[in-house]
Design a protein around this ligand. Structure first.
Ligand SMILES: *Cc1c(COP(=O)(O)O)cnc(C)c1O
Length: 385
């Protein structure tokens, strides 16, 4: 702080900018979360902390609500939670399960809803697809129709970061909405702003995301939208908990505030990043993500043709996430081995997740990454595979 007092904020950010540019090469960090953070977002966080009930911070929250609602394509306000995304997954379960929740699982992150239900003592069943497959609307309809009234909540993931599968949320939501009094909660943690999320049009009751995936912010914030129906449900559920009580979020966001002290610095960064996202345009941003995914898949075909070895994309065509690709490896090569070889060239990718750790690796092509940066990574991969 003494340094800031002497040289001023502009001086400090000029110095740190130069230091960062000299030392940290950008465009080389391809984890499927956290993702690479554009440096100007750290600059936004240099703004001095102010009280979260102050006119200053209230104004920031009110201002960013406009773009945040556009991000989710909703007329509802966007809750800002100082937690990782899992906090809002827990909120979905504890606020919206009255009778019993049906958790659609197709990988590790979607399974987490079920784990949370068990940990918080909510009645829950699983509807599982094999890892690599999507959750399908017909299967869901059969399940809900088999015992009408059994479930009052369905949870599902949009982009399953452990398998690279993109679930057909529009169709799944249409099925859920055929059944009265069943709500749908959607994890869009690794898809929001990289894939289209039409909250109101698709009839989604709860949609949540984290700051550190396609939004390209530092970790520490979760964003969520709750429908009026969802809030009505929450008002009927007694043990909603305290920190993640959605009615408290609603009451506070009406005043452009949060229930407790938020990570104010991250809100400053969010304000800046939403401006960047809207300047690019949401549709253009989704197209850029699709192009990166398509290029990655085409490259996998090239590698297997060139080497004669069975490299393949785990997710089937038509159900591929634009944000993360999981690449299955031929025998004799492990996920951690690929990660280490890529690392020796100064690049970062991820090994497979959970049970796929050894047999696959993952490329997170989301956030601010460009096709050119992706090409540079693929060239390194060509060299090391
Ligand atoms: C990363 C991720 C999560 C967990 O997010 P945290 O911020 O680590 O709590 C949940 N779901 C999906 C799809 C994810 O990619």
């Amino acid at each position: 702080m003494r340094l800031v007092n002497r040289i001023g904020l502009d001086g400090l950010s000029a110095i740190t900018s130069r230091a960062m540019n000299d030392r940290i090469p950008f465009g080389r960090f391809f984890l499927p979360g956290p993702t690479e953070v554009p440096f100007d977002l750290f600059e936004a966080m240099l703004r001095p902390v102010a009280g979260h009930r102050s006119a200053e911070v209230t104004k920031v929250v009110a201002g960013l609500q406009v773009d945040a609602s556009r991000l989710f394509r909703t007329d509802r306000p966007v809750f800002l939670s100082t937690s990782s995304a899992t906090g809002m997954m827990e909120a979905a379960i504890t606020n919206l399960t009255h009778k019993r929740v049906l958790c659609l699982s197709c990988g590790s992150f979607s399974h987490r809803f079920f784990d949370i239900a068990q940990a918080t003592g909510r009645a829950a069943d699983l509807m599982e697809a094999d890892w690599g497959d999507p959750n399908l609307p017909e299967t869901l309809r059969e399940r809900l129709a088999a015992d009408p009234g059994r479930y009052d909540l369905v949870t599902v993931v949009h982009s399953e970061s452990s398998t690279g599968v993109l679930n057909p949320i529009m169709d799944l939501a249409a099925v859920v909405n055929e059944f009265e009094d069943v709500l749908i909660a959607v994890d869009t943690v690794s898809s929001l702003s990289g894939a289209r999320v039409l909250t109101d049009e698709w009839g989604l009751d709860f949609v949540l995301a984290g700051s550190q995936k396609a939004l390209a912010l530092p970790p520490g914030l979760a964003l969520a939208v709750a429908s009026e129906r969802a809030l009505e449900r929450a008002s009927e559920v007694e043990n909603r908990g305290f920190y993640f009580d959605l009615l408290k979020f609603e009451k506070n966001i009406e005043k452009s505030q949060t229930p407790n002290t938020p990570a104010v610095s991250l809100l400053f960064a969010l304000e800046r990043q939403l401006t960047r996202i809207m300047a690019e345009g949401l549709e253009a941003r989704c197209v850029r993500h699709e192009e990166m995914a398509q290029r990655t898949c085409a490259w996998v075909d090239e590698v297997s043709a060139r080497t004669g070895k069975p490299y393949r994309v785990l997710a089937p065509e038509g159900y591929r996430s634009p944000c993360v690709t999981v690449i299955m490896l031929p025998d004799g090569l492990s996920g951690p081995e690929v990660v280490a070889r890529v690392k020796s060239h100064g690049y970062t990718v991820a090994a497979g997740y959970g049970r796929l750790k050894e047999s696959s690796f993952r490329i997170g092509h989301m956030g601010e990454h460009t096709i050119d940066e992706l090409e540079a990574l693929l060239a390194i991969l060509d060299e090391v595979l």
